[in-house]
Design a protein around this ligand. Structure first.
Ligand code: IPD
Ligand code: CA
Ligand code: CA
Length: 259
């Protein structure tokens, strides 16, 4: 599958339209339901996913669809969609959330778009084509050591069994890094690594819809993508680590030393 300009333009447009749906609901009263362990879904998540599914099917009937809220098809060429990443932020009025759309060829992300409506920022990347923020090409340098690095992470609060191993990693990073932030939206974090706001990001227990688009975007921007031990990452990996080259090597060494 060759990712063509028209496809890229169309999916960027779709991500912005989904972002408009989210902004229409943001700060207003929402219908909320519980789902899973201490997890919620709102009518905004559902409306965004329904829109993306219909829109992408109309534009690309030959490509399958899998959305976080309603599932779908996992075979062949598919869109892997998180219609609202950062639902709890959104629900509580914290303006850090994103729409994440990836094109997967089997398990492999070949194109991804992350739209951040409150920043009016769209970050995308495609295999062999590089990554862009709006129209600016993203080219990360090799970075610095941990003590000069500003990192993002996420807490595995929905996975009690991952809390202790995660805290081990956090403890070591907190002792060494310049700064660590927990924004509450993994897609946002990944987009912001590609954008250069963060130098690196690691998290445990993420799902394919959280990471698929961000993975190809950070890679194409020049960051290194792996599991936290430096092993090959795929959309089902239990951990993810993305960072500028120098920093990635240092973080892998630390994570290996505590495993
Ligand atoms: C969540 C966010 C969060 C991460 C959670 C995800 P959601 O996605 O990405 O940063 O820590 O593990 O579930 O539920 O807001 O789409
Ligand atoms: Ca998510
Ligand atoms: Ca979501």
């Amino acid at each position: 599958m060759i990712v063509e300009k028209d496809l890229i333009k169309t999916v960027i447009y779709a991500s912005k339209k989904a972002g408009e749906i989210l902004l229409k609901h943001f700060g207003r009263s929402l219908e909320v339901e519980g789902k899973g362990l201490r997890d919620i879904v709102t009518n905004a998540d559902i409306e965004s996913e329904d829109f993306l599914k219909d829109f992408l099917f109309r534009e690309f009937p030959e490509i399958g669809f899998y959305g976080e809220e309603k599932g779908g098809n996992l075979e062949g060429l598919i869109w892997m969609v998180d219609p609202l990443d950062g639902t709890k932020n959104f629900f509580r009025g914290l303006d850090v959330f994103a729409v994440s759309i990836a094109l997967l060829d089997g398990k492999k992300p070949i194109f991804g778009v992350i739209h951040i409506p409150t920043k009016n920022l769209t970050v995308w990347g495609a295999e062999g084509m590089g990554s862009y923020a709006n129209d600016r090409k993203l080219e990360l340098d090799e970075g610095d050591g941990l003590e000069n690095s500003f990192l993002a992470t996420g807490f595995p609060h929905g996975n009690p069994e991952l809390v202790d191993p995660y805290i081990e990693t956090l403890r070591e990073i907190l002792k060494r890094a310049m700064g660590v932030r927990r924004m509450g939206s993994a897609a946002y974090d990944l987009a912001m690594v590609a954008y250069g706001l963060f130098d690196g990001f690691w998290e445990f227990g993420l799902k394919p819809w959280d990471t698929a688009a961000g993975a190809i975007i950070v890679k194409e921007a020049g960051a290194v993508l792996s599991d936290i031990y430096g092993g090959e990452w795929d959309i089902f990996s239990q951990t993810i680590l993305v960072a500028k080259r120098k920093l990635h090597a240092e973080m892998v060494e630390i994570f290996r030393s505590i495993s």
